[in-house]
Design a protein around this ligand. Structure first.
Ligand SMILES: [Zn+2]
Length: 446
């Protein structure tokens, strides 16, 4: 492949990575105002209305609007987030906040999730403003805070307090658009649905005592270890829901794989053993309620047996399942330990959401993608993760997750890089996305 010259969005991506807008869930983290300030001059052109909005000085979001000529025409929102999740630097082969460009790839936390999209959306928005197209419909670019920790300082807050500024008929946000090859040709997943969440805290009780006499102790940490073991051993039967069935059919995999992916009795074992770990994990997550104990906290001392410890469990639910269903599963898994465990639902629980596939935005995405990959077909998919699209779906907007990536970036690699080490994106993909967003806006709103 020939070398691809860096484009405008590549440079902005590098700068965004270097800002280190790390959101660890605390209200004084993130500091996304710096990203809003960085992006403001990119989109602040004549004819554009630009605002910086947020509930706290350090958690501001940037909202830029290019008004259409017809107030009755639809509005398209390019919905980006500017925060990133924390890193474990020792696992990285490059500086996670260096934003270095090495052999055509930009390295750093957020390169995939989702600063590549954020940067390319900003550049595309500027391009639209510079062209002075006088489109009937309006385009809004929002670079929002706090996507990674529930959006209470970002999209959720903006929709509650400044709905007129950020509401739209059509919304495009993160994930999707990674080329996938099947026997019938290339497919490009568009995320039309996402799983729900039922994050849960478990407070495991014991009796405090002296660490030197464990025989008579009732150690909450030891009990918590058994709780973790039981949660991790959860192996439900897969649920073949409609969105999954439509995705598998549209992908046109080989018949053997299709049969496996639609068989609740076979898909789990297949996913455990499949060598493409990212693809397998995605297939597993999209068809199962998953339960991942991710935090264990105790205010202990080496010589003190803990009287209680807390754990946090990331539970993700499928279309049709509720948070109550998840709690029933947790109670069941705890079994005889339940009398020692308090179950506390955490903030940020929501059901699965979906947008209709048959929409003007769907057709526009298909057209814009075909100009880059003429033989590819867009396929409706569900993501196991949560995005800000859910807030918009709740309000009736058609919201999809999309992007457009080069052949260099395989789906397997893409999935494996989310919230993980050595996150990076290629310059070629950045250029594709710049063009994609402008093409979509012109086709949809023109
Ligand atoms: Zn994201």
């Amino acid at each position: 492949m020939t070398a691809v010259a860096p484009n405008a969005s590549t440079e902005i991506l590098q700068q965004l990575i270097r800002l280190q807008c790390v959101n660890d869930g605390h209200e004084d983290s993130g500091n996304e105002t710096r990203a809003a300030d960085l992006l403001r001059p990119v989109v602040d052109l004549p004819g554009v209305e630009v605002q910086t909005l947020g509930p706290k000085a350090n958690r501001q979001s940037l909202v830029a609007r290019l008004p259409g000529t017809d107030p009755a025409a639809p509005t398209l929102l390019l919905l980006a987030h500017t925060d990133v999740v924390p890193v474990q630097p020792a696992d990285w082969h490059q500086d996670p906040f260096g934003g270095e460009l090495i052999d055509g790839w930009v390295w750093g936390r957020g390169a995939i999730d989702m600063l590549c999209l954020t940067a390319s959306m900003a550049v595309a928005f500027r391009e639209l403003a510079e062209r002075r197209l006088a489109l009937p419909g309006s385009v809004v670019f929002a670079a929002v805070a706090d996507e990674e920790a529930g959006a209470a300082w970002g999209a959720d807050w903006l929709l509650q307090h400044h709905r007129d500024a950020v509401m739209a008929d059509y919304v495009i946000t993160e994930c999707g658009g990674t080329p996938m090859h099947t026997p019938s040709g290339m497919k490009l997943p568009v995320l039309v649905a996402e799983k729900g969440s039922a994050w849960t805290k478990l407070i495991v009780h014991g009796t405090a005592g002296h660490g030197s006499t464990p025989l008579i102790a009732d150690n909450a940490l030891v009990r918590a270890a058994e709780v973790v073991r039981r949660l991790a051993a959860y192996r439900p039967l897969a649920v073949i829901h409609d969105t999954w069935r439509e995705y598998v059919k549209a992908m046109e995999f080989d018949p053997e794989l299709e049969a496996t992916l639609l068989d609740p009795a076979r898909i789990t074992d297949w996913a455990v053993a499949h060598p493409d770990r990212g693809f397998a994990a995605d297939c597993h997550a999209c068809t199962h309620m998953t339960m991942s104990p991710n935090v264990l906290r105790g205010d202990g001392k080496t010589n003190t047996i803990p009287g209680s410890v807390e754990m946090e469990v990331d539970i993700r639910i499928l279309p049709g399942q509720t948070a109550d269903d998840a709690l029933a599963v947790v109670r069941d898994l705890l079994g005889d330990l339940i009398e020692h465990v308090e179950i506390v639902p955490l903030h940020g629980n929501w059901p699965a959401t979906a947008s209709p596939v048959d929409s003007p935005l769907w057709r526009t995405i298909g057209k814009a993608s075909a100009s880059v990959y003429p033989d590819a077909r867009v396929v409706p998919a569900i993501t196991p993760g949560g995005t800000d699209a859910r807030f918009y779906r709740d309000l009736g907007a058609t919201s999809y997750g999309y992007g457009l990536f080069s052949h260099e970036l395989t789906f397997d690699h893409y999935v494996a890089m989310f919230h993980a080490a050595d996150e990076r994106v290629d310059v070629h993909s950045m250029g594709l996305m710049e063009g994609l967003w402008t093409d979509i806006a012109v086709d949809l709103l023109g």
